[in-house]
Ligand binder design. Structure first.
Ligand SMILES: [Zn+2]
Length: 310
């Protein structure tokens, strides 16, 4: 089923050119502060964990290099014989619990796992998207379709270049996201308008779900994440066609995407285990804090599985 959606910018049936993209950009406003809400938190967490973690400034977004500095945590005592875990958040800056879930994981859980793993944690990959509550970057580009060589989003390029430049083999990568009501009310209609495509319609799943990689689905790892999250919040049931957001259910609470082919963040490394988490902040059964706890439970569920396999 497809629906025609009208959107406030552009002409139906015609993909956006630079004028429409510029009109879209002009309509965006800063709604919250990355420096005072996120960077200050990053720095205070680092202060209390400075024995354990280094804080690296891996770049800055060209839109405003003073404001949009890019930060990541890295294990300080790098253990060559231990596997490395990558956790990313805020690839979609509006998905708030991805940012604060990554930070909460570092603050409350990372130390418990540091005897088993090295960590790289990048909590907010798209700070302009964080401030303006957006899925796209200022150029109307989705960073989470841009994780490929010479891709069009500097948000994606900065973290890719840094992590791949380390030349470290990664065991797992967990990328923290949300699926929200605004996906259907704003972001998918904007995408349909930008590209002059029909918008497929589906209901936003009520609850947490995970996205694995079709080429390396790792069902046991995904199950461990779902089992862990189900202790703190509800898992999204499949719809009447046994799908979640238009994709066939692979297992309870999990769908799989070809992550590299789609240019997803979860596909930019060759990690053996990957998951993209999706929490639903607009659920009547959830709230902002519950979403953060769910993100942390997803990461620790995956890590507990990997510890058990060693
Ligand atoms: Zn997302």
């Amino acid at each position: 089923m497809t629906t025609e959606q009208s959107y406030k910018i552009g002409t139906p049936g015609q993909p956006w050119g630079s004028a429409e993209k510029s009109a879209w950009y002009q309509a965006q406003t800063v709604k919250r502060s990355y420096q005072s809400q996120v960077v200050s938190k990053i720095k205070s967490i680092h202060q209390s964990l400075s024995e354990l973690l280094d804080l690296k400034r891996y770049g800055a977004l060209s839109y405003n290099t003073d404001v949009y500095e890019l930060w990541l945590f890295m294990s300080k005592q790098w253990q060559q014989d231990k596997p490395t875990i990558l956790v990313t958040g805020g690839v979609h800056g509006y998905e708030t619990s991805g940012v604060f879930g990554a930070l909460r994981f570092v603050e409350t859980e990372l130390v418990k796992y540091s005897e088993h793993f090295n960590f790289i944690v990048a909590p907010c990959i798209s700070p302009w998207g964080y401030e303006t509550i957006n899925r796209w970057n200022p150029n109307a580009v989705d960073p989470n379709r841009s994780f490929y060589k010479d891709g069009p989003a500097e948000e994606s390029k900065n973290i890719m270049d840094y992590v791949l430049g380390l030349n470290i083999e990664l065991l797992a990568h967990i990328d923290l996201h949300e699926t929200t009501d605004t996906d259907n009310s704003e972001f998918r209609p904007a995408l349909a308008a930008r590209d002059a495509i029909d918008q497929k319609s589906w209901n936003i799943p009520d609850g947490f779900y995970g996205v694995g990689d079709s080429l390396k689905p790792q069902p046991e790892f995904q199950k461990a994440i779902i089992d862990s999250v189900s202790k703190v919040t509800h898992i999204a049931p499949a719809d009447e066609s046994n799908k979640l957001i238009g994709s066939d259910l692979a297992q309870f609470g999990v769908i799989n995407y070809p992550t590299k082919e789609l240019g997803l963040c979860a596909g930019f490394t060759d990690a053996e285990y990957v998951s993209t988490t999706e929490v639903y902040p607009d659920s009547p059964k959830s709230d902002a804090e519950n979403c953060i706890i769910a993100q942390v439970a997803a990461v620790t569920g995956g890590l507990n599985y990997l510890v058990g396999k060693k």
